[in-house]
Design a protein around this ligand. Structure first.
Ligand SMILES: Cc1ncc(COP(=O)(O)O)c(C=O)c1O
Length: 402
C-alpha cells in the first residue's frame, strides 16, 4: 500500500555506518533505520550470532520456556530499574502493552470504575506509534485525522510544563481517582528532539507517587545506549514504574519490550500475548546488542561522539546563523534546528541525499541525526561537511540587485 512518502533511493547493502544504493552510490547513514542499527550495518558479531541461532532454533511458541528470552530479560532487569519484561515486536506494540497495563492498574490499583474509565495523560508533540491506542496516545492531531473515533481515555498537556500538568491532573481527579498513568518520552524524538526537563519529570514522579498513578516512559527511541546512558531515564535521574523499548534493542531485528518494576508487574497468564514476541532469533539479536554495548562500552562512546556532533553542529550554526538556530539533543540523538523562513527539514534531508548523507526530519524544522552507536569522529566530520553542502544547496537564492 502507498503508506510511505519514500525517497527515490533503493538501498541494497550496508557495512558499518555506510549503505549503498542499487546504483552503487555510497551514503553515510545518519538514520540507522531511525535509531535501530545500534551496531551498524552487517556487524560481524551480529551475523555470526544470528547464523548460529538460525542453525539452532528459529522459532517456538511462548507456550514453552525460551532460554534466549529469559537471558535477555535477565540482562534488562539486571541493568535497569525493571524486574520483569514482556517481549513483543515493535514500539507501538510495546506501548499497547503499557496502555493495557495502565488500565489494569487503574481498575485494580486505583479502584477506577469501568463507567468512569481510567485516563492516561500524555504530552503534546509526543510520538508513541501508529496502532490505534498508541496513535491516540500520540499527542499530535495530524496523526489522528481520518481515523476517528480515537480510543477513549487519553488527555494531553504541554511537554515539560509543570503548571499545565498539575492543572490537568487536578481537573481529572476533581471527583475522585480517574488517572491510571502518565506516559512520557524522556526526550521527544519525532516531535522535534525535545529533551525532558529533569525538574518537570521529578515533579511528575512526585505527583504520581502521591496519587498511586503509574509513570510509564516510552524509551523506544532513546533507550539502549543512544543518549550516552543505557536508558533515557538515567539522563533525568527519575525512574519510571514501567518503560517500553524497541528500535535499538534488536539492532535491526524486530523486537519490542515492556519492562516493569515488581510493583507494576500486573498482567497475568492469558491477559496479554504475542505469537512472535521474544522468539529465539529476536532475543539472540537483543542479547548480541546487549553484549556489544557492554563489551565496547557503547553508551560512553555515544556520549563522546554526541558531544563532538553537537559541537560540530553548533559551529555549523555559528557559520550560518541565517539558516540554523542551533542544535539540541542527548548523545547520538541530535537535532539541527533550522530557522523559520529558511529551508524546511525535509528539503535539507533531500539535499543531504544528493551529498551522500542520510538524515531524517523530526517535525518541520529539525533535522535529526540517529546514526549507529559505532560511529567514529571521522564519520561525524564528514557528515557535518556534507550537511553544510546540503544546507547551502537548498538556500533560496536572494534576488540580485541589478
Ligand atoms: C518514542 C517512540 N515510540 C514509539 C514508536 C513506534 O515504534 P514502532 O515504529 O516500532 O511501532 C516510535 C517510532 O518512531 C518512537 O520514536
Amino acid at each position: 500500500m502507498n503508506t510511505y512518502g519514500r525517497f527515490p533511493l533503493e538501498l541494497v547493502r550496508g557495512k558499518g555506518v555506510w549503505v549503498w544504493d542499487s546504483q552503487g552510490r555510497r551514503y553515510l547513514d545518519g538514520v540507522a533505520g531511525i535509531a535501530v542499527c545500534t551496531l551498524g550495518h552487517s556487524s560481524p558479531v551480529m551475523r555470526r550470532a544470528l547464523n548460529r541461532q538460525l542453525r539452532k532454533l528459529q522459532h517456538v511458541s511462548n507456550l514453552y520456556r525460551i532460554p534466549e528470552q529469559e537471558q535477555l530479560a535477565a540482562w534488562i532487569t539486571a541493568n535497569s530499574c525493571a524486574d520483569a519484561v514482556f517481549f513483543c515486536n515493535s514500539g507501538a506494540e510495546a506501548n499497547e502493552g503499557a496502555i493495557k497495563l495502565a488500565r489494569k492498574h487503574g481498575h485494580q490499583g486505583r479502584g477506577i470504575s469501568s463507567a468512569a474509565g481510567p485516563l492516561i495523560l500524555t504530552a503534546q508533540a509526543s510520538f508513541h506509534g501508529r496502532t490505534l491506542a498508541a496513535v491516540t496516545a500520540t499527542g499530535q492531531p495530524k496523526y489522528h485525522q481520518g481515523f476517528e473515533p480515537m480510543v477513549q481515555g487519553f488527555r494531553y498537556f504541554p511537554y515539560n510544563d509543570t503548571a499545565a500538568f498539575e492543572a490537568l491532573l487536578a481537573e481529572c481527579e476533581k471527583d475522585g481517582p480517574r488517572v491510571a498513568a502518565v506516559m512520557l518520552e524522556p526526550l521527544q524524538g519525532e516531535g522535534g528532539v525535545n529533551p525532558g526537563d529533569p525538574a518537570f519529570f521529578r515533579r511528575v514522579r512526585e505527583l504520581c507517587d502521591q496519587h498511586n498513578i503509574l509513570l510509564i516512559f516510552d524509551e523506544v527511541q532513546v533507550g539502549v545506549g543512544r543518549t550516552g546512558r543505557l536508558w533515557g531515564y538515567q539522563k533525568l535521574g527519575v525512574e519510571p514504574d514501567a518503560f517500553t523499548l524497541a528500535k535499538g534493542l534488536g539492532g535491526g531485528f524486530p523486537i519490542g519490550a515492556l519492562c516493569v518494576k515488581a510493583s507494576a508487574d500486573l498482567l497475568r497468564p492469558g491477559e496479554h500475548a504475542s505469537t512472535f514476541g521474544g522468539n529465539p532469533m529476536a532475543c539472540r539479536a537483543g542479547l548480541t546488542v546487549a553484549e556489544e554495548l557492554v563489551r565496547r562500552n557503547l553508551p560512553a562512546h555515544a556520549e563522546a561522539m554526541g558531544a563532538l556532533l553537537q559541537q560540530q553542529l553548533n559551529a555549523l550554526a555559528a557559520r550560518h546563523p541565517e539558516l540554523v538556530e542551533g542544535s539540541r539533543g542527548w548523545g547520538l540523538l541530535q537535532g539541527l534546528v533550522l530557522r523559520e523562513g529558511g529551508p524546511a527539514a525535509i528539503d535539507v534531508v533531500k539535499a543531504a541525499i544528493e551529498q551522500g548523507l542520510l538524515l531524517v526530519p523530526a517535525g518541520s524544522n529539525v533535522v535529526r541525526f540517529v546514526p549507529p552507536l559505532t560511529i567514529k569522529p571521522r564519520h561525524i566530520r564528514t557528515a557535518v561537511k556534507r550537511l553544510e553542502q546540503a544546507l547551502l544547496a537548498c538556500q533560496t537564492p536572494t534576488p540580485s540587485a541589478s
